[in-house]
Design a protein around this ligand. Structure first.
Ligand code: ADP
Ligand code: MG
Length: 343
């Protein structure tokens, strides 16, 4: 299979000043893979700016135009791991042969290859072969090729053969368009003032913007589809404070999970195993004590549980601390550690 995510298309990729060149280069490549001088096509930019989305959109479009073409999406990390496995199993030739069959290779986050000499060697070999056979290569990186540290010069010089285009921070107009599109696809109505407020407040990257939208949607009840400005503001505030303080919900979950020797996923899962229930309740308790999240949003962070479940957790932990000396001592120890971190 091509490993492409079908949701990442040109249709869902909002065009703006911040991405116009990269998008149109990508579009040209998508319609004439291997034919334009944009080979390789290298898209670079910071985290959450849409690199993966855009290169997958190119892959999806090629697949759509020519279903017979072998389009392969692979992260550089996966490529590396596959190669290491191949070395271990003595079948590097098969590994190479597999990649030599592709018509379009999309390889994501090549900065990951930094310092991995053997992997770079085989990639160099594959790259040359594909390029010579007129196959399209599409890459992404978190910085321009000239700043890629730990990559062999001969690879870097090949990256410059084609076209390099960057994705920039989304500008205000683009952020507005992204919010509208997202809300529309979720079936949520949102007034212009809220859209503008959000676009104004979150100017870092698209992933963060989406994260905020998702928690907004989760917090608006299913019947109340119109999200009001007050809710938007509260949510933003709690998210921002959560990011600013070292002890955020993510940290608390990790901290508690480690202490109780369970996984963070299990805290969010449905399981009612005794030791996990305790860990989950303790984590909820700390979330209430150390973050500004509302009960509703704490519930959301623990597998979308109801706020009454959170209240129950807080009561249970308080009761246990009152009645169980050993538990209380454990809690005091945890609190000391958390306070150190929060200080
Ligand atoms: P990167 O690979 O650069 O870290 P992603 O491609 O994973 O970033 O993008 C992060 C999120 O933002 C994804 O959900 C993606 O769909 C969304 N996104 C980024 N840019 C845009 C855009 N221009 N239009 C719509 N969604 C976008
Ligand atoms: Mg990515």
């Amino acid at each position: 299979s091509s490993q492409l995510n079908v949701n990442y298309t040109f249709d869902t990729f909002i065009e703006g000043d911040c991405n116009r060149l990269a998008r149109s280069a990508g579009y040209a490549v998508a319609n004439k893979p291997g034919v334009t001088s944009f080979n390789p096509l290298m898209i670079y930019g910071g985290v959450g700016l849409g690199k993966t989305h855009l290169v997958q959109a190119i892959g999806n479009r090629i697949k759509q135009n020519s279903p017979d073409k072998f389009v392969l999406y692979v992260s550089s990390e996966k490529f590396t791991n596959q190669f290491l496995d191949a070395i271990k199993n003595n079948n590097t030739q098969e590994f190479a042969n597999f990649y030599l069959q592709v018509d379009v290779l999309v390889i994501d986050d090549v900065q990951f290859l930094s310092g991995k000499e053997k992997t770079q060697e085989i990639f160099f070999h594959i790259f040359n072969h594909l390029h010579q056979s007129g196959k399209q290569i599409i890459m992404t990186s978190d910085c321009p090729p000239k700043d890629l540290k730990g990559l062999q010069e001969r690879l870097l010089s090949r990256f410059k053969w084609g076209l390099t285009a960057d994705l920039q921070q989304p500008d205000f107009e683009t952020r507005i368009a992204i919010i509208r599109k997202k809300m529309q696809s979720e079936g949520v109505e949102i007034s212009d003032s809220v859209v503008e407020y959000l676009a104004y407040s979150i100017d870092t990257n698209v992933r963060e913007l989406e994260g905020v939208l998702i928690s907004l949607i989760a917090q608006s009840s299913l019947t109340q589809k119109e999200i009001d400005l007050e809710l938007a503001k509260q949510t933003l505030q709690s998210i921002v404070q959560n990011i600013e303080s070292e002890v955020g919900i993510d940290y608390i979950q990790k901290f508690v999970a480690e202490f109780f020797n369970v996984t963070v996923d299990s805290l969010k899962a449905k399981t009612r195993k005794r030791e996990i229930v305790i860990a989950r309740q303790v984590a909820m308790y700390f979330a209430k004590e150390y973050t500004n999240l509302s009960l509703k949003s704490i519930g959301f962070h623990f597998g979308n549980r109801d706020h009454s479940t959170v209240i129950h957790a807080l009561t249970s932990v308080n009761d246990l601390m009152d009645t169980d000396r050993k538990f209380n001592a454990t809690m005091q120890e945890l609190i000391k550690k958390l306070k150190l971190k929060a200080a």
